[in-house]
Design a protein around this ligand. Structure first.
Ligand code: 7TS
Length: 410
């Protein structure tokens, strides 16, 4: 599929069994995709089939099942490589998700490199998982955390970024798409500016990979982190892309089985990439499911998905803007499919509870981005986030449910 006119949302919805369920007697309107997206049958079946007829531990057995499971696991790595256009499969490390990917880079790339006086540059719109690991590194090394501010609309202040990027900066870690604001950041520009000063860049792609085509070679980023469960796969699986030459120089992050070539009490020799970073038995079913999820996304086409979600975003934005007393938090020029909002008279948690009674699932709270809440002087927002299977009719249900909520409070 290459354009919106051909986009068959009903046929996509038929692939997601959960979308046919009801909540409080109302058809489910699932708009909490930024927290976790739903699974298509293809992924559910891949995991079920594995456990029914192909499951075993990987990378160790000579028996057939182990070899088949290993092949399926490694095929998923190859699918991820293709999906983000990494140069080679060794550059794809399976992790438990974005959080672990960022911690891996913080501990294994940054920690050995940093000393007192060095700086780590992040932004004010990061998820806690791209703040706290760096604060831990600062405590461990004496380095300092610097933060690029954001404007009232929710865009990075790029002139401040340019000022903060200095010879003291040793790594830049920036979110591709903000989970609290929806902002799509100009990461190519950020990467180019950092590279001009010889500084490595980690991109947190948790909210990007299911919405925007990502080409890590075209971007030139040094590291790219994402999670499977926001990409129609399961929880507990994700990936870290890293440039081979950097990963090769980095020490292992965790020690254990599978990450070694040989072990003796005198000397242990570490395994080659990517296994050096994959200690212990991994989430085999999750990895295989993620490979299937990626194939599913590719079968529809990220370009078509992005266009569909952009249509939903524009429609929802125009509808919600008409509601008296509703304020959208995050009005960047470039946005992905999510809307964070507050109502004058209703706390976000009450919005979430009342919308739930209408079958509408949204997320409320600080979205693990408390500095964003502090920036806009609000305790929390209500957030509707879209996926490939959402419809314009569902936006209408959201719109009516918000109006009903306001009516109950006025
Ligand atoms: N980075 C961003 C931008 C995120 O949105 C999230 C999760 C993470 C990192 C962490 O991902 P994890 O899979 O390792 O937990 N964001 C959300 C959210 O917005 N609502 O629930 C989880």
């Amino acid at each position: 599929m290459s354009n919106v006119a051909q986009y068959d949302v009903e046929s996509i919805r038929n692939d997601f069994p959960i979308l046919a369920t009801e909540v409080h007697g109302k058809p489910l309107v699932y708009l909490d995709n930024a927290a976790s997206s739903q699974h298509p049958v293809q992924v559910i079946h891949a995991i079920k089939d594995l456990y029914e007829s192909g499951y075993s531990n990987i990378h160790r057995g000579v028996h057939q099942l182990s070899q088949d499971a290993t092949k399926a696991y490694e095929n998923s790595r190859a699918a991820i490589r293709g999906f983000i256009n990494a140069d080679c499969i060794h550059e794809i490390i399976f992790t438990s998700g974005t959080t672990e990917s960022i911690n891996l880079v913080a501990q294994s790339y940054a920690r050995p490199l940093l000393k007192k006086g060095d700086e780590i540059l992040i932004t004010h719109m990061e998820h806690h998982s791209n703040i706290v690991p760096w604060q831990m590194i600062c405590e461990q090394t004496g380095a300092e955390l610097k933060v690029v501010p954001i404007s009232d609309q929710g865009e990075l202040e790029m002139d401040r970024f340019a000022e903060l990027l200095s010879e003291k900066t040793k790594i830049v870690s920036v979110v591709h798409v903000s989970n609290a604001l929806g902002t799509v950041n100009p990461i190519k520009e950020i990467i180019d500016a950092a590279h001009a000063k010889g500084i490595a860049v980690l991109v947190d792609g948790a909210q990007a990979v299911s919405h925007i085509p990502v080409d890590v070679q075209a971007l030139g980023c040094d590291f790219y982190a994402f999670s499977g469960h926001k990409l129609y796969g399961s929880t507990g699986i994700g990936a870290l892309y890293g440039k081979e030459k950097l990963l090769n120089k980095m020490p292992p992050y965790k020690g254990g089985g599978d990450m070694i070539l040989s072990v003796s009490f005198e000397k242990t020799e570490y395994n080659t990439l990517p296994y050096k970073f994959e200690a212990g038995t991994p989430n085999i079913a999750g990895a295989i499911g993620l490979g299937t999820a990626i194939e599913y996304v590719q079968s529809i086409g990220l370009g078509a998905i992005a266009a569909h979600e952009h249509g939903l975003l524009e429609y929802a934005t125009s509808k919600l803007k008409e509601i008296d007393g509703l304020r959208i938090i995050g009005q960047a020029e470039q946005k992905a499919g999510l809307i964070s909002f507050v109502l004058d008279q209703v706390h976000p948690h009450d919005i979430g509870t009342l919308l739930d009674m209408e079958g509408v699932a949204i997320r409320t709270g600080h979205h693990c981005a408390q500095p964003v809440m502090e920036r806009y002087k609000i305790p929390a927002t209500a957030r509707a986030s879209f996926a490939m299977y959402n419809t314009f009719a569902e936006i209408d249900v959201l719109n009516e449910a918000i109006k009903k909520t306001i009516g109950m409070f006025s």
